[in-house]
Design a protein around this ligand. Sequence first.
Ligand SMILES: [Mn+2]
Length: 346
Amino acid sequence: MTENGTKGWKIPDLFREQLDTLKENSVAKITYFAHRQADPDAICAAAGLSLLVQRSFPDRQFESLIILPQGASVLGEKVSSIFGLRTHFKVDPVTVKESDLIVVVDSGDRHLLEPYLDPISESSAKKIVIDHHASSLENESWKGFDYKIIESKSTSTCEIIALGFPPAIFSREICRILLTGLMFDSQHLGLAGASTLEAALILVNGGAEIPDTKKILRYKPHRSEILARLKASQRLQFEECNGRFLVKGEVSSFQASVARMLVDIGADVGIAFGESNAEARLSARSTQSFYKETGIDLAEEIRKVANHFGIVGGGHSTAASVSGKIEPSALANQLLQNLKGRLLQK
Ligand SMILES: [Mn+2]
């Protein structure tokens, strides 16, 4: 494939435009960022994109760096090690500042790039964001970014990347990497739209396999996580309010995993809370139907509780968390009381 083979394709065209501004024989320093605690979509998007950019411009030399601020999720780490991806959790801010090009993928909000926000904004590099998270704060969040490819109908960032390059330049390994991210964020195609399937077909035709990807994404909890779930189960408390089950469990670690488990066994809202490293941690999850039918947004509810106690919290509409120096049960009770208040208003 010559360089011309990628002409007319959105993503390589954008990179070509940037590379043309650099000295002809210089090494192009491109820094890719995924969001903090990177999940498989973020990692696979960053890795797949950096490989595709290199293949799109075979005559150029690259120094590509993939940064996962504050590390990766458990599945993210598994995916990195299976594909042997070179990623960095910590780098010298000067390296970021001196990049020729900064590319952020899958991040939703620039605060998820901390602690690298300062070097990113101080850098004179052109900045690109490629994402599928829609946000009302998009303009605010990506202020100072030169190019935004944000497609909120895509179920993953890997889908956007798979559809953004000519299929002829995909290697089998790139296809496997991108299909893994696509499968993860589309909930194993459960949320797939036509373009998700189109992207998946390109990747499968390129040598990736769905059963292989599902195996990579299989998550086996460690003994400590299983123990946390079992202990929380012994102490479960639930109440029914206006036809909704609100379930809480106290546990000193793995609160997110326990909250998810509570929803898995039938809770409309699962709340796991406990003391960890001398502070209270609480994680809450709800079902999609709870959010859609009641309009109760957990991120909002968690923010209210956090403000009430003067601590920090936030998240998404069906998954949110809060932590701070306070009595853990007071935190859980305040959240429950607010949720019941909202449910009884309906
Ligand atoms: Mn994603």
